[in-house]
Design a protein around this ligand. Structure first.
Ligand code: HEM
Length: 154
């Protein structure tokens, strides 16, 4: 039973790696694509974008689940800061994915446009703040931390 409840609590730290990795690689490849156009790379940036956006949405859901036990505590405000940055990231990448999907349907992929690169860069900046504020919750405030290293126990 402990394993099940621990896994549910850990779904957020497990899922957050996906948007962070996939969206950063999608953005990095988009910049390479801008300098050196290559159709196969263009498709890769698109797949990484939509899978990364889907995983950002899933991370927002698992984050909401992880925060419920702290709703009535003094940590609520600091968690809300992280939540707001994370909602901003998720919203921006959903909008970017929809824009790019529509442009691809018109056979005019927006993935190489300067405006697209500016928006994805803003998205990565927001994602960085989301990750940093999330890390603060764990490493500064001990949210969802179970047990203490016995070697450090005095
Ligand atoms: C794009 C969406 C999100 C990203 C990328 C993200 C990222 C992170 C990261 C990197 C951590 C630190 C994990 C660790 O070091 O173990 C974290 C922790 C946390 N996040 Fe998020 N987060 C997102 C959405 C949310 C949302 C919407 C909430 C709702 C309040 C939330 C609540 C929490 C909580 C409570 C923690 C600390 C406990 C735990 O890790 O389970 N997150 N987040």
């Amino acid at each position: 039973m402990d394993l099940l409840s621990d896994t549910v609590k850990d779904l957020h730290p497990i899922s957050v790696h996906f948007p962070i990795a996939l969206l950063i690689v999608s953005a990095a490849l988009s910049f390479i694509l801008f300098i050196k156009p290559r159709p196969s790379l263009q498709h890769t940036t698109w797949v990484l974008l939509w899978v990364g956006t889907l995983s950002a949405f899933i991370s927002s859901v698992t984050g909401l689940i992880a925060h419920f036990p702290y709703e009535e505590t003094e940590l609520h405000d600091v968690i809300t800061t992280h939540q707001n940055w994370s909602f901003a990231v998720t919203g921006l990448f959903i909008a970017l994915t929809v824009w790019r999907w529509l442009s691809r349907r018109r056979q005019a992929d927006a993935g190489t446009k300067p405006l697209y690169l500016i928006v994805i860069l803003i998205g990565i900046a927001l994602l960085t703040v989301s990750g940093l504020t999330g890390g603060d919750l764990v490493y500064d405030y001990g949210v969802n931390v179970r047990g203490i290293n016995p070697l450090l126990e005095q």
